[in-house]
Design a protein. Structure first.
Length: 196
């Protein structure tokens, strides 16, 4: 159940180039703004904050917004809305997918997703969420970057192995046990002896 002061719910489906916004009246569910794209830029965020100002009628507590937390695409939008004084719930994509299923929606478009988010907010299905502090966010970003680098390194070593072994199959037999073809010692050896 939504608090009495809420007069409008806003679902926002985020994407790389643009976001889609859908607003519904509370409690009737009448469409205040059909699913409408805005650019994922400072100008687009300013346009959205302008609409929100009209709908809130000077009281940001009259609006409840939900943004799906897709990757990191939601962060600039979230920051702009919070700095403007609005309450924004971060919505888990698994949670919102369940909303679409319960509403009987099978198609997946940005417009339908934004409307689904607004309907879920209107129905009171959204759970409160928190945004981690900057230290936690920075550590998560570093962890993701490290994981990506390790995966890239492993893929490069596998490519080296796939290219080298057919050309120089004897090399593997001359390496110490569990030696890595990408290790500096092996790479130095290959720079001196490039073939069998």
């Amino acid at each position: 159940m939504l608090p009495r002061e809420i007069g409008c719910v806003v679902g926002i489906d985020v994407a790389k180039a643009s976001h889609v916004v859908c607003a519904l009246e509370v409690p009737s569910g009448a469409v205040r703004l059909p699913s409408t794209p805005i650019p994922a830029t400072a100008e687009g965020y300013a346009q959205l904050v302008g609409w929100l100002g009209q709908w809130a009628q000077g009281d940001p507590a009259r609006l409840l917004m939900g943004v799906e937390s897709t990757g990191s695409l939601w962060e600039p939008l979230y920051d702009a809305l919070v700095q403007a004084g609005y309450t924004v719930l971060l919505l888990n994509p698994h949670q919102t997918a369940a909303w679409a299923t319960s509403l009987g929606l099978r198609a997946k478009t940005d417009g339908l997703d934004a409307h689904t988010l607004a309907c879920g907010l209107l129905a009171g299905w959204a759970r409160a969420s928190t945004v981690p502090d900057e230290t936690v966010q920075a550590r998560r970003a570093l962890t993701r970057a490290r994981r990506d680098l390790v995966e890239s390194q492993s893929a490069a070593r596998q490519r080296l192995h796939d290219e080298l072994v057919p050309v120089f199959p004897e090399l593997v037999g001359h390496l110490p046990e569990r030696a890595d073809l990408g290790s500096p010692a092996v790479l130095r050896l290959l720079s001196v002896f490039s073939s069998a």
